[in-house]
Design a protein around this ligand. Structure first.
Ligand SMILES: Nc1ncnc2c1ncn2[C@@H]1O[C@H](COP(=O)(O)OP(=O)(O)OP(=O)(O)O)[C@@H](O)[C@H]1O
Ligand SMILES: CC(C)(CO)[C@@H](O)C(=O)[O-]
Ligand code: BAL
Length: 278
């Protein structure tokens, strides 16, 4: 059975017991509205760790858009039910006052990798993510932390933070879980109308096609222009970015280094992101 924990002091008592017993602890940070993508992270953690903590906190500091924060799904009871068959050890559901008590003014900024793409279009977003993830690592004292590749830039920001600040946690990347039509699962998909949800299948189709063409030596600018036109032709847009980047630094793609094709696009008033390897 999964124990629901709301306070940091209670969480610490539990994890201290685990550590005394020599257990390896994994954490899966989430903002709830759980789907199979999240569950794949929990399963990966359970396969490698003795104890698994799933965290559910809709972090106000990472939302640059108040409407996005207001509309973010809040489904704790359903989340607990979806998680139940997996029997994670703890579901940590702090309220905002537990994470940000009055007087809380500290923040973590990760330079470089936080700057472009999501960082440029969602000012302050990665400061909010880095701050809360650093706090979740401190609160859970986890040995391993599981993040989805769907949020590729976030994964690189967290890796950079852990390396730069010598945090004693191993970041484990997990592949994007997709619906049968290829759309990456995301809590925000719930907000699409049925018609828009059908249109959204164009996103992975265009991304995988463009990545294949670039990988085969196609001209990057031409391939990206055609991909953008195909998205807009299918009724998606605006495209906030569609860019080939260095997979680790998110700077310019470099010959001989891993590259990633990343996209943010609006559809039906919902902002969706995805990325694929090149
Ligand atoms: N389709 C997916 N496959 C694998 N991991 C995923 C997927 N979707 C989300 N995750 C991962 O789950 C963790 C929690 O993400 P989050 O709760 O923000 O879910 P989400 O579905 O990405 O929601 P949204 O994008 O709408 O904020 C992150 O590490 C994220 O990368
Ligand atoms: C990592 C995270 C839980 C931090 O709030 C969030 O950004 C998310 O759900 O990906
Ligand atoms: N899934 C990343 C968290 C966010 O969009 O705010």
């Amino acid at each position: 059975m999964t124990q629901i924990v709301r306070g940091v002091a209670q969480l610490r008592r539990i994890t201290q017991g685990w550590r005394r017993a020599g257990d390896l602890v994994g954490v899966v940070p989430t903002m709830g509205a759980l789907h199979d993508g999240h569950l794949s992270l929990v399963r990966a953690a359970q396969a490698e760790c003795d104890r698994v903590i799933v965290t559910l906190f809709i972090n106000p500091r990472q939302f640059n858009n108040p409407e996005d924060f207001a509309k973010y799904p809040r489904t704790e009871a359903a989340d607990a039910a979806i998680l139940a068959p997996l029997s994670a050890d703890v579901l940590f559901v702090p309220d905002a006052a537990e994470i940000y008590p009055p007087g809380h003014v500290s923040a973590v900024t990760v330079g470089g990798v936080s700057g472009p793409l999501e960082g440029a279009h969602r000012p302050g977003h990665f400061d909010g993510v880095a701050t809360v993830v650093a706090m979740l690592f401190n609160m859970t004292q986890a040995d391993r932390a599981y993040f989805g590749e769907k949020d590729w830039q976030q994964l690189q920001v967290v890796r950079r933070m852990v390396a730069d600040l010598q945090m004693p946690v191993q970041v484990v990347p997990c592949p994007s879980v997709r619906d049968p039509d290829g759309l990456a699962m995301s809590s925000r998909n719930q907000r699409l109308s049925a018609a828009a949800r059908a249109q959204a299948a164009t996103i992975p189709a265009v991304l995988f096609d463009a990545a294949g063409r670039i990988g085969a030596g196609g001209d990057v600018a031409q391939v990206l222009d055609a991909a953008r036109a195909r998205l807009e032709g299918a009724g998606l847009g605006p495209v906030e970015y569609l860019a080939l980047r260095d997979a680790e630094t998110l700077g310019e793609a470099q010959p001989g280094r891993g590259a990633r094709l990343l996209l943010a696009v609006w559809l039906d008033g919902v902002r969706l992101i995805d990325n694929v390897a090149v």
